[in-house]
Design a protein around this ligand. Structure first.
Ligand code: GUN
Length: 293
């Protein structure tokens, strides 16, 4: 069994980006600037956004954190987005999801300038991705592709089963794994909460990508020997014995499933750190594209 070490690979990628930033600095060019908008005070979102901003600092990017109260209206958020779209210093920005219920997520994502949409959530960018056109690929799916590529995991002709149809992970992942190219060329089954007899499908999978958010949902008796496991789950499970009061738990029963797997991502330290690295990569691409204009 080989561990798909997202911590190590994400560090390699960050070092590669840092070297690019140093070159930009040496040439007297503007360095990439990422802004992150956080609405409300959800603990997990605060942690994720904090990690994204810290990662920017580490590799020499400029960063801006925009914190808005939980009571922010849709109009106020749209005004902030307009400001970020028009601010020439900002190369890319993200609106951390989920948003409070008074705000329509679709309206917000549509308002982001596609050229600054480093999350790849705008319909223009999502459509380009689906059509194999060059664009920003959403950070988590992009990170999974990068892990498969760097560990040379064969995907051609394999049966890839994706669990979960979210717009952020499951849906784009199903499209990317079926595209012509590598990683890709898989036969893909996209499963979700209404799928009947999921176990029957997962037992036939060569590659399982689980983005469900249910701790230890994928058990050893649901997978075949030699399966490749990508665990996107990061659920906080209360645990009094842990100083933080919780432990981060994946969708996969790692202890048992790893005995059957050929490759597997740990949680934490698998897909999570890759997401941040690929967001930085998209921001670097955004800067490069804007400087060419
Ligand atoms: N919430 C969970 N994952 C993501 C992500 O990749 N981007 C944003 N903006 N919000 C998220």
């Amino acid at each position: 069994m080989t561990l798909l070490d997202g911590k190590k690979i994400s560090n390699d990628i960050k070092n590669e980006i840092a070297a690019e930033v140093q070159k930009m600095k040496d040439n007297g060019e503007k360095v990439p600037h990422l802004a992150a908008v956080l609405v409300g005070d959800d603990g997990a979102s605060l942690t994720y956004v904090g990690s994204k901003v810290r990662a920017c600092e580490r590799i020499g990017f400029e960063s801006t954190l925009v914190k808005l109260p939980n009571t922010t209206t849709e109009v106020e958020l749209l005004k902030k987005i307009k400001e970020l779209n028009e601010d020439d210093a900002i190369d890319g920005f993200i609106i951390q999801l989920p948003l409070p219920p008074q705000i329509n997520e679709q309206k917000v994502l549509m308002a982001v300038d596609p050229h600054k949409d480093v999350d790849g959530f705008h319909p223009e960018n999502f459509g380009k991705m689906a059509l194999d056109m060059s664009t920003f690929i959403p950070a988590t799916p992009f990170g999974i592709l990068e892990l498969l590529e760097r560990y040379k995991v064969e995907t051609k002709g394999k049966h890839t089963v994706v669990i979960g149809r979210s717009h952020i992970v499951g849906r784009p992942m199903s499209i990317l794994m079926s595209r012509k190219g590598w990683p890709g060329n898989s036969t893909v089954t996209l499963t979700h909460s209404r799928t009947e007899d999921l176990s029957k499908i997962t037992k036939e999978a060569d590659i399982i990508i689980s983005a469900l958010g249910v701790p230890k949902f994928v058990k050893a008796d649901m997978v075949k020997d030699g399966v490749v496991i990508i665990d996107v789950g990061i659920t906080r499970v209360p645990d009094e014995n842990h100083p933080k009061g919780y432990v981060i738990t994946g969708d996969v029963d790692f202890e048992k499933v790893s005995e059957k797997a050929s490759f597997i991502t740990p949680v934490p330290g698998g897909v999570g750190p890759m997401t941040i690295a690929m967001l930085l990569k998209n921001t670097l691409l955004a800067r490069e594209q804007r400087s060419e204009k």
